[in-house]
Design a protein around this ligand. Structure first.
Ligand code: HEC
Length: 110
């Protein structure tokens, strides 16, 4: 039993970083579709009225993407920017959201 726990503990240290790297790599690929508006380093672009995403909490970014998808955000007829972003968000799967947010949160670590 103790051996199994030790093994699980070691395995989780070995597997987790690999999993995280994979997530970040997939997220980086997805983020190619976001750069045009949010900027290469996710610093935002005022000309596009696209906000900075780098430095933001991961959980907040996930919630906002889910809100766009669920039609909680970006559905008002006068909200052109919101509607545009909602169209982007609805192309993402749950896994895409996790991956792209994992990548975005690395951009503020430098
Ligand atoms: C066509 C331009 C455009 C593209 C492409 C785009 N966005 Fe956006 N995004 C915006 C704009 C504009 C807003 C501000 C929406 C608003 O005013 O509510 C926004 C808002 C957001 C927000 C909410 C930020 C906050 O602080 O609440 C997130 C998260 C986001 N975008 C993520 C992404 C991701 C991830 C992608 C790529 C899959 C992406 N965006 C692609 C224009 C874009």
């Amino acid at each position: 039993m103790r051996l199994l726990m030790a093994f699980t503990l070691i395995a989780s240290f070995v597997i987790l970083p690999v999993h995280a790297d994979e997530q970040i790599a997939k997220g980086k690929a997805i983020f190619q579709n976001c750069m045009a508006c949010h900027g290469e380093q996710a610093m935002g672009d005022e000309d596009n009225e696209a906000p900075r995403l780098a430095g933001q909490h991961g959980w907040y970014l996930v919630t906002q993407l889910q809100n766009f998808q669920a039609g909680i955000r970006g559905v008002h007829e006068d909200d052109d920017n919101g509607q545009m972003m909602r169209a982007m968000a609805t192309t993402l799967s749950d896994e895409d959201i996790e991956n792209v947010v994992a990548y975005i949160t690395t951009l503020s670590e430098e």
